[in-house]
Design a protein around this ligand. Structure first.
Ligand code: GLN
Length: 444
């Protein structure tokens, strides 16, 4: 089944239980999610031979639900990237737009779904890594509310921002997969019992539109395509500045929703102009701390026995990490260092609080917010790696959502004149998963 577009790092089947809601599904898993006995590389040379001794909670839930895991998917090294080109195992091509990047960092997961080599996949989204590849590959991706899905067994990049999320060909399939992985986990203290919050959110929307209330962690039935009476806020800041064809496709999709009974109006998110900066300061700071464990002693390839331990650690990290990971460890360490912490890290936290406030305000006047998922269509392979700043800016519409801990879905909205997929993102209030699923299902 080996894929010519390099979707998998490791193809090793993990069989699921005989019966269960996913018993006829194959679900590929991103290679930063631990699988007992099957190597988990995080797209890094550092972990090229690492075989976890336990399963992540989401993997346990998948196999208990009957899913078969066909393999571990390619990704930007430790989740750091927007194109899947920083993987130590080579870039992944985009099956929906050959010669272009599949997006990142969960590019392998989106690619195997787009190519039909898996029925669905899990990715992780720290600043857009489920939504960007899903949008670039023309499939559906959900970034859940922070705390809905357990991160136990996920190799951390930036813990305060990331969630594991589903990627699938349709909104209903993505919602069904979310049903299986969602819910509290005593091994991850940041998860919570969200049933009350999910019901409350559904009721708020339902009051106006007489929808039925969602039961416990049920999402698939919300994919009913009924947007009649739904109020959609469009943050101008996330539309202005996007590529012309992306903007056209976006407005066409909104017109389509309007013809189905939804209405839209403009809303302001003034703080999002600082979101990318704040995101990268926070993500790199957390990464610099999280990645300290890869020193060849605790985890990672050995630096050998020459010289003292400092030299050995340095050799392990010099050889094991790629350029983007090193850049981020250096910058993150700098941002956290004495004397600079207030200037960078603390400021970024202030900006994060401000972004959160703006979203709350905008969502008090709309059921969901809509924007293009990515401001640009998929870049050509090899085009963007030389300019990290340009690559970071491509995350303008996705990173604010992680800063605010909110749920978001990307659905295919159409294509550019060159047949490049364009994704549309809906953002909901905390635990408003059912509302964004409903909105998305009107389009895909
Ligand atoms: N592109 C972003 C980054 O490089 C997002 C990555 C992610 O969500 N894992 O940090």
């Amino acid at each position: 089944m080996s894929t010519e577009y390099n979707g998998y790092v490791t193809e090793e089947r993990i069989e699921g239980a005989d019966d269960g809601p996913l018993s006829d599904w194959t679900v590929a898993v991103k290679d930063n999610i631990s699988t007992e006995g099957v190597r988990t590389t995080c797209g890094s040379d550092m972990l090229a031979d690492y075989v976890p001794p336990y399963d992540a909670t989401v993997v346990e839930r998948l196999t208990e639900a009957g899913a078969t895991i066909p393999g571990k998917t390619n990704m930007d090294e430790f989740g750091m990237g927007t194109t899947t080109e920083t993987s130590a195992f080579g870039a992944t091509d985009n099956p929906a737009a050959p010669g272009h990047v599949p997006g990142g960092s969960s590019g392998g997961s989106a690619a195997v779904v787009a190519a039909g080599d898996a029925d669905a996949a899990l990715g992780t989204d720290t600043g857009g890594s489920v939504r960007c590849p899903a949008a670039f590959c023309g499939v559906v991706g959900i970034k859940p509310t922070y705390g809905l899905v357990s991160r136990y067994g996920l190799v951390a990049y930036a813990n305060s921002l990331e969630q594991i999320g589903p990627i699938a060909p349709t909104v209903e399939d993505a919602a069904e997969l979310l049903e299986v992985i969602a819910g509290p986990d005593e091994r991850d203290a940041t998860t919570r019992d969200a049933r009350e919050a999910l019901r409350a959110s559904d009721e708020r929307a339902g009051d106006a539109r007489e929808q039925e209330n969602g039961a416990d962690y049920e999402f698939a039935d919300a994919a009913d395509g009924d947007v009649d009476g739904m109020s959609i806020g469009v943050p101008t800041e996330l539309v202005e500045g996007a590529d012309e064809e992306v903007v056209e496709t976006f407005w066409d999709a909104l017109d389509e929703l309007e013809s189905q009974g939804a209405s839209y109006h403009e809303v302001d998110l003034p703080s999002v102009e600082h979101a990318v900066e704040a995101y990268y300061v926070i993500a790199m700071s957390e990464a610099s701390s999280n990645l300290a464990r890869f020193d060849g002693v605790r985890y990672g390839q050995s630096g050998g026995f020459e010289g003292d331990w400092n030299e050995s650690f340095a050799r392990s990290r010099e050889d094991g990490f790629g350029a983007e990971v090193k850049r981020r460890i250096l910058l993150g360490t700098y941002a956290l260092s004495a004397g600079y912490q207030d200037k960078y890290y603390k400021k970024a936290q202030d900006a994060r609080a401000w972004v959160k406030q703006d979203f709350d305000e905008a969502l008090s006047k709309a059921d969901v917010l809509a924007s293009p998922t990515m401001p640009v269509p998929p870049m050509e392979l090899g085009e963007s790696l030389d300019d990290p700043l340009q690559m970071y800016l491509a995350d303008a519409n996705t990173t604010p959502v992680n800063l605010a801990n909110l749920p978001a879905i990307t659905v295919p909205a159409g294509e550019t004149g060159d047949d490049l997929p364009v994704g549309l993102q809906f953002v909901g209030p905390a635990f408003g998963e059912r509302e964004i699923i409903r909105a998305g299902s009107a389009l895909a």
